[in-house]
Write a protein that binds this ligand. Structure first.
Ligand code: F3S
Length: 299
């Protein structure tokens, strides 16, 4: 008997759920709605929004007069707000409150003369948005080695007054390593732990479940960074597959697996997780060791 377990925390986080609901609420009102970038890293949801009338634009210039524009949960920099206000398009701000809190922190500390350091991926939209609230006195670092340059008095990058924040999805272990580098009780170095609890709990639940299963199925967009991190966590402990939807299960090898775990990234809707769970159960019932006619099963 194959045991299939879904991780305790999996799928939509608070911020993504809120952003998706805001878009659907706007679509229901009728009229034109555009999102500044895809609202989440999930093709099914984004395509459904497009089918219901939403448009995805990559810049404020592309907005049509009167079109309502939704800022996604990643947030944006101050300039984008100014551009939207100048164009006069009605704004629906779906920035996750946890990201908005980081914007507030960096704006306040910049104004007080602190140089802002952001732990994260400089190319990620959330980090670019945070940078856009920093008065240009800021830098992004990816790990403890890069952080050291800003606290070493002999380094050309040394800064005396530092305020340090993290991308909400920053790796908790790396964050711990970074904090160890900081001098103790330096009143000129302020640290704000801005890693989101939803990310941390998804990663620790996935780690626990994968340590106790033969195969993990990680569901989420291929370009979703939090899903890729979950996949990395799982494959340290067992065989793992990263899929976007239930249809992909039929092409995977589950032979010999007695315990199968399922987890999902923060932008995976509950109905997709349910489909994966149901399909996985059907595949298991059909005997994982038997040859399955994948083509027929997919029809
Ligand atoms: Fe917000 Fe955390 Fe999700 S920052 S968007 S609730 S991962």
């Amino acid at each position: 008997m194959v045991q299939i377990t879904v991780a305790k925390t999996a799928g939509f986080c608070f911020g993504v759920d809120r952003a998706v609901k805001l878009v659907y609420a706007e679509l229901e009102k009728g009229g034109r709605v555009a999102t500044l970038g895809p609202i989440i890293h999930n093709a099914d949801v984004v395509n459904d929004m497009i089918a219901k009338g939403a448009r995805i634009v990559s810049s404020v210039e592309e907005l049509e007069p009167g079109e309502r524009v939704v800022i996604r949960s990643h947030g944006v920099g101050r300039k984008i707000y100014e551009q939207i206000a100048e164009k006069g398009n009605p704004l629906i701000d779906a920035t996750c409150p946890f990201v908005a809190r980081i914007h507030k922190i960096v704006a306040e500390q910049s104004a007080k003369g602190y140089f802002i350091l952001i732990a994260g991926d400089a190319s990620h939209p959330e980090v670019q948005g945070i940078v856009g609230h920093c008065d240009e006195n800021c830098a992004v670092f990816k790990d403890e080695t890069e952080l050291k340059c800003y606290i070493d008095k002999n380094s050309p990058k040394f800064k005396k007054k530092l305020a340090i924040v993290a991308q909400t999805t920053y790796n908790i272990l790396l964050w711990g390593d970074c904090l160890k580098q900081l001098p103790k009780d330096d009143p000129d170095i302020l640290v704000f732990d801005t890693i989101c609890n939803a990310t941390a709990s998804r990663q620790s639940d996935a780690a626990r479940l994968s340590a106790d299963t033969d195969v993990m199925v990680v569901v989420g967009g291929r370009n979703s960074s939090n899903t890729v991190k979950l996949y990395d966590v799982c494959r340290r402990n067992c065989k793992a597959y990263h899929i976007e939807n239930a249809g992909e299960l039929f092409a995977l090898d589950f032979s010999g697996a007695e315990r199968i775990g399922i987890t999902a990234g923060a932008s995976t809707p509950a109905y997709i997780i349910k489909e994966v769970q149901t399909t996985m159960t059907d595949i298991a019932k059909n005997n994982l060791d038997e040859d399955i006619d994948f083509e027929a099963a997919l029809e």
